[in-house]
Structure formats: C-alpha cells, structure tokens
Design a binder for this molecule. Structure first.
Ligand code: AMP
Length: 223
C-alpha cells in the first residue's frame, strides 16, 4: 500500500504517518526528518539544504527528488510506504510519478489533513521536539511532565528553528502557493481524499484509514 499524506505544516502529518506506519507495517518517509538528519550530521545534502530550511522555503527539487528516489528503492519499501511532506509542488509530484514508474509502483491513495490557518499557527508556535527520540509535544495542548524534558527518554526538548512565528507564516504561504496545487493534481487522477484534522488523534487516524479504504477498496485483513 503506497500512500501520500498531505496537509499544511502543523496539520499532524508526522504524527499520523507514524501511527499508520506501525499499523500497516510500512515505513514512514518524511522528507523533513531526513533533511533535518542530514543537516545535523552536516552531510553534503545537509549543508546544501540548511539555509532553505531555516528560512522555511522549499529545498530545491533536484535534491529532494533524488533523496526520495533512493529511499523508495530500499527493500523495506517493497510492501508499501507512507510519504509525509513529499511531494510539495507539482514538479515533485511529476518526478515521483516517473520514479515510481521506473520501479513498477504506483500511488494507491493520497489523503490530505485539513486544518485552518489560525489553529496551525497555534500548534506550530507551541511545538517542542525531543532531541533524542523525536517525540513531539505542545507547551499547552500536550505538555511534557517536566518542562523541556522528554517523557519517553528524558532528553532535552527544543523548538525547531522554523517553528518561530515569522518562519511559520512563510511556510504557510509556500504551502498555499506551491503545495496546494498538488491536491488538484491528485484529485484529477481520482486519488485524493480529504479528512478533518481537528479532534482526537484516534478519530483522525480512523478517518484517514477510511479514506484510504474508500479510495482503494482496501481492508486491513483481506481474507
Ligand atoms: P517539514 O518537516 O515537512 O515541515 O519540512 C521542514 C522543511 O524541510 C521545509 O520547510 C523545507 O525547507 C524542507 N522540506 C521538507 N520536505 C520538502 C520537500 N518535499 N521539498 C522541498 N523542501 C522540503
């Protein structure tokens, strides 16, 4: 099952992709996570991507497309994958289609998580991430037991550079201008389904699963 999870920054793509990844035993491919890892480790890719990410603008397509193409060839993607944060513009969507064609795969469903802008800003500006395990908290809605420390592993929490208010606005603008047209791209192909991103985490997961099943007549336990 090959899935794309879409939605603006702060919609909950990462959280939901993790849950779906465990439920369906397929890897989550988060381009943001892979890029952040490269920046941390100061790889050639990381050094090239860093400035774009700090400004909240898109990293050039050729870098990201190549990175995803390599990842999709890995053996753990044989049974499916969940793309989270890719494609971010129509050129990336077209490149993805060509990549998948070469390896004999196709996208089964594209699910978009919808949340209004005011709520996104509220979520992103309060978001804190664990430096150790990557767990995500919110200072008000999902605070850790001890301020600035991860409940799971005790490592320090930090605020992503691009979760500062000014950068959040830039990211949301880029989403509207560059990423929203991708929805139309997949809608025209009959692949797109939207779900609301406000409510309980479990409820949203169930709606995403229903959207996927609706799109491909898929059941978790076929037979
Ligand atoms: P995210 O964690 O998905 O919010 O991504 C964080 C940042 O990584 C974005 O603001 C971009 O600078 C970069 N990024 C992530 N995915 C992509 C992509 N598909 N294309 C271009 N840049 C990306």
């Amino acid at each position: 099952m090959n899935i794309i999870l879409m939605g603006p920054p702060g919609a909950g793509k990462g959280t939901q992709a993790k849950i779906l990844s465990e439920r369906f035993h397929i890897p989550q491919i988060s381009t943001g996570d892979i890029l952040r890892m490269n920046v941390r480790e100061k790889t050639t890719l990381g050094l090239k991507a860093k400035d774009y990410m700090e400004k909240g603008v898109l990293v050039p397509d050729d870098l990201v497309v190549e990175m995803v193409a390599e990842r999709l060839k890995s053996r753990d993607c044989a049974g499916g994958f969940i793309l989270d944060g890719f494609p971010r513009n129509v050129a990336q969507a077209e490149a993805l289609e060509r990549t998948l064609e070469k390896i004999g795969k196709k996208i089964d469903a594209v699910v978009g998580i919808e949340v209004e802008e005011r709520e996104l800003v509220r979520r992103l500006s309060g978001r804190r991430v664990c430096r150790g395990c990557g767990a995500v908290y919110h200072v008000t809605f999902n605070p850790p037991v001890n301020t600035d420390t991860c409940d799971n592993c005790g490592v320090e929490l930090y605020q992503r550079d691009d979760d500062k208010e000014e950068t959040i606005r830039a990211r949301l603008r880029i989403y509207e201008e560059e990423t929203r047209p991708v929805i139309e791209y997949y809608r025209e192909k009959g692949l797109y389904r939207a779900v609301g991103g406000i409510g309980s985490m479990d409820g949203i997961t169930e709606n995403i699963v229903k959207a996927i099943e609706d799109r491909r007549g898929y059941t978790e336990n076929p037979g």
